[in-house]
Design a protein around this ligand. Structure first.
Ligand code: NAD
Ligand code: 89V
Length: 343
């Protein structure tokens, strides 16, 4: 198969991981980059040896023959950029959060479907190897039918130094981080019928909520708690680990700090270390996330090669984004919110 020609739009903080990952993946390479900030364009272009550089996405689409575009800008630009990709019949990856609103996201899915181009949301947390290990334990049948889950991310890590915009938005932890936890809950326990949410802002220096607790009814009959906090000071800082508890009819799964996985079930108890590998370009503690970037981008290349729908396609991600919308609505009303009414 000829190598796929990709372009990156948005050369900011996180895109550097995506560029490293593209270098690790056979079958695709980034041949052009775009950023409206000339400094970021130069930094990333020089670091990764990309000569073809554009200040505007319209010029990129006009100037290059592309097999896909990787959109790594922040959410306000996602809809216009995805729609531009659809108009140019170029398959698109779009970073999370997919869009600032569910109605924008629905329009983006429609635009790509009408143009017949694949669309994947870069929702990478479910691709982390410890989370994949939990999924594999569930699939083994060892714990029987799951009836309870807890997906937990509690930290006091300073995310604002790398991503200063996170301190300024009216929405913070659910939209930025909880979105990953909600997607993991869907990945492990299936789609959700109802969500009840409580939020708090503990850090007075930021505009949005930095604590959220969500209780969900899954269509399978399971109940889950998704809790996240950037106001939790622990003896050992776990960032950016997601901890998981699942109880099933025949046993339990626990993913604890330091990537310790304990499965108790039909065949007794097995404890394993499911630490992610430290890739040559990765750095702790981000290596968990960095490895998942390689995994999701590989998945995209496989999907384009095989003509299959990505696991986190735009259509799939509407259900994760709907949980975000429902969580904010429910936090404001203090009432449970039904998901099907939003979709
Ligand atoms: P950033 O602000 O550092 O980078 C965004 C870049 O996009 C900037 O350089 C900006 O100039 C450029 N840009 C914005 N609009 C543009 C446009 N219309 N055309 C061209 N360039 C444009 O942001 P970031 O922290 O790198 O975050 C980017 C996205 O990645 C966000 O949606 C964020 O939520 C997401 N993110 C995901 C993960 C993850 O694990 N999946 C982690 C961190 C950030
Ligand atoms: O994944 C993200 O979007 C990041 C972080 C993990 C730091 O919350 O903002």
């Amino acid at each position: 198969m000829a190598e796929l020609r990709g372009a990156l739009i948005g050369c900011g903080f996180f895109a550097v991981n995506q560029m490293h990952a593209w270098r690790d993946i056979a079958g695709a390479s980034i041949i052009a980059i775009c950023d409206r900030d000339p400094e970021r364009l130069k930094v990333v272009g020089d670091q990764f040896g990309i000569a073809r550089r554009y200040a505007a996405a319209a010029a990129l689409f006009a100037g290059e023959r592309l097999d896909f575009v990787d959109i790594a800008t922040t959410a306000p630009s996602h809809r216009p950029l995805v729609e531009m990709a659809a108009q140019n019949r170029v398959p698109a990856i779009c970073q999370k959060p997919f869009a600032p609103s569910l109605s924008d996201a629905k329009a983006m899915v429609r635009a790509c479907a009408d143009a017949g181009v694949p669309l994947m949301v870069h929702e990478n947390f479910r691709w982390q190897s410890p989370i994949q290990a939990v999924r594999a334990a569930l699939d083994s049948g060892e714990i029987g039918t799951p009836f309870f889950g807890r997906i937990s991310f509690r930290s006091a890590y300073d995310v604002f130094s790398g991503q200063p915009y996170l301190a300024t938005g009216k929405r913070f932890i659910i939209e930025d981080l909880g979105i990953h936890s909600l997607d993991i809950a869907r990945f492990l326990l299936g789609d959700v019928s109802t969500i009840t949410t409580r939020t708090a802002r503990i850090n007075p220096e930021i505009a949005g909520e930095d604590v959220a607790t969500m209780l969900m009814d899954h269509k399978s009959g399971a109940t889950s708690v998704v809790d996240c906090s950037y106001a939790t000071k622990l003896a050992t800082e776990p960032f950016p680990q997601t901890l998981v508890e699942i109880d099933g009819s025949d046993g339990t799964i626990r993913l604890e700090q330091n990537y310790r996985l304990t499965v108790t079930g039909r065949n007794g108890t097995a404890v394993s270390d499911v630490s992610p590998p430290l890739l040559p370009w990765a750095s702790r503690p981000w290596h968990n996330i960095q490895e998942s970037v390689v995994a999701i981008q590989k998945h995209w290349v496989d999907c384009l090669a095989n003509g299959t729908e990505p696991a986190t396609s735009g259509a799939d991600n509407l259900r994760t984004l709907a949980l975000v919308e429902a969580a904010y609505a429910g936090a404001a009303s203090r009432e449970p919110v039904q998901l099907d009414a939003l979709l």
